[in-house]
Design a protein around this ligand. Structure first.
Ligand SMILES: Nc1ncnc2c1ncn2[C@@H]1O[C@H](COP(=O)(O)OP(=O)(O)OP(=O)(O)O)[C@@H](O)[C@H]1O
Ligand SMILES: [Mg+2]
Length: 139
């Protein structure tokens, strides 16, 4: 499924509709270049899930942010600064691929092989001609 977004608010709307079908145990991998809107998309998803508070204190806070939500917990990960699969695996990320977690991962290409079967892929592609235009593909 593909969606055109012409500004940040439209991406928020697309993410809000997308989030309605999520359930505990879902893993969402968000690909797209720097500044594509992965974090914008994630924050909109988290609002739908009922995240209202600050991230919980965690030793891996730079890479994994943990939140309480309404009927699940949310892990928001950014693998940008990680080098390889082993380094990412060492953080225990697999623990977040199961209920009660919903796991949102930016820069999943750092360790593609680690993603579980059934991962939902969200690709956000920029458009060289229009700075605010994005093509968002969910598969
Ligand atoms: N159509 C759009 N959808 C989403 N964001 C947009 C859009 N048009 C412009 N923007 C802007 O692009 C930026 C996206 O920033 P964001 O932090 O979400 O990117 P990111 O993909 O998470 O980058 P990073 O790889 O650095 O984590 C924001 O400043 C936002 O206002
Ligand atoms: Mg980001």
């Amino acid at each position: 499924m593909s969606y055109q977004s012409y500004n940040e608010l439209e991406t928020v709307e697309i993410a809000t509709r997308f989030a309605a079908s999520l359930k505990a145990g879902d893993v969402i991998a968000l690909a797209g270049e720097l500044g594509a809107g992965k974090s914008v998309f994630c924050r909109a998803v988290m609002r739908v899930l009922g995240v209202t508070d600050e991230a919980l204190p965690s030793p891996t806070f730079a890479i994994i942010q943990e939140y309480d939500a309404d009927h699940c917990r949310v892990a928001h990960m950014d693998w940008y600064r990680l080098e390889d699969v082993t380094e990412i695996e060492m953080l225990g990320v697999r623990d977040f691929f199961l209920p009660p977690w919903i796991c949102l991962i930016e820069w999943p290409e750092r360790a593609h092989d680690l993603l579980p079967e059934g991962t939902i892929h969200v690709d956000i592609q920029c458009d060289g001609d229009h700075i605010e235009r994005r093509l968002i593909t969910v598969r």
